[in-house]
Design a protein around this ligand. Structure first.
Ligand SMILES: [Zn+2]
Length: 284
């Protein structure tokens, strides 16, 4: 089987923080690994204190260049920028501008996405969970557009160009599932200095309902450096001395060399925890 894997993201840099090492691994193993990025990230601010100043007018082109460098580091086969405007993160979601991604009519964006799905014909799609993974209006919209777009892609009656295609396995990416927070927290306990996971872990233990446990854990120890390179390619967004790099790479590799994925739906029988997003498909 020709393995085809499609990652769906909201902004440049999301592809580096959620599933990057998995994307690099599957690309190295011969799969076609395709990236969809809905917005240009133009509402972003410079978050890295060591980065040069960027004017709002420059932000779109700067982030496009950063994305290109991250894509190169990860090794995506193809990328599709969908060209929507970043909604930013207003305190009240009702304040998102009308021309921004989160306010685009759902079926308009979903139809464009469905055409792309019909063209790429992936067996596996990775999007965000229903709550967006974190409460950014573009991340929630990314989930909604993916779900609606996949329905349209498989519906022969839908006004979408191309041959209908049903995606047999659909996952949601995670950046910091509880298992990862706990493992990295424990690994840093014995070390000198601040533990950036301390408050996070405490809050985790205080939650009345535990967060969902991923259904698939992909082993990515050999691909963590590629993820790091992709993160660092986003110069305006990622502080190389900051949170993302608080855990020494050899420690992460030893205590938690996995990326976790939530299974949203599957047409083939699965037995979680899976260790391969294509499990069950090769025989299908
Ligand atoms: Zn984002």
């Amino acid at each position: 089987m020709n393995r085809r894997l499609l990652f769906v993201h909201a902004h440049p840099d999301d592809e580096a923080s959620k599933g990057a090492a998995t994307a690099a691994r599957y690309a190295d193993e011969g799969a076609e690994v395709v990236l969809v990025t809905f917005t240009g990230g133009e509402a972003g601010e410079v978050l890295n204190p060591s980065a040069d100043a960027v004017t709002p007018e420059q932000m779109a082109s700067v982030r496009a260049a950063e994305l290109a460098a991250a894509v190169e580091a990860i090794g995506f086969t193809r990328t599709h920028g969908m060209g929507y405007l970043d909604s930013g993160l207003p305190e009240d979601p009702a304040d998102v501008d009308e021309d921004c991604f989160a306010r685009v009519p759902l079926d308009e964006a979903a139809t464009t996405f469905a055409e792309l799905v019909r063209k790429e014909r992936p067996q596996v799609v990775v999007t965000y969970p229903e709550d967006g993974g974190y409460p950014h209006p573009d991340h929630i919209m990314t989930h909604l557009v993916t779900m609606r777009g996949l329905d349209l892609a498989e519906d022969p009656a839908a006004p979408v160009s191309g041959e209908p295609w049903r995606v047999p396995k659909l996952y949601a990416s995670t950046a910091f599932p509880a298992e990862r927070v706990r493992a990295l927290h424990a690994a840093l306990e014995d070390r000198e200095g601040e533990n950036p996971f301390e408050r996070w872990r405490e809050r985790l233990e205080e939650r009345p309902n535990p967060p969902a446990t991923p259904d698939a854990w992909v082993e990515v120890g050999d691909w963590l450096e590629r993820r790091d390179a992709a993160l660092k390619a986003h110069v305006t967004q990622v502080d190389p001395d900051g949170f993302w790099f608080a855990v020494p790479r050899e420690v992460e590799r030893e205590v938690f060399p996995y990326e976790g994925f939530l299974l949203l739906r599957t047409d083939v029988p699965v037995l979680p925890p899976e260790d391969d997003l294509f499990a069950g498909l090769d025989e299908a």
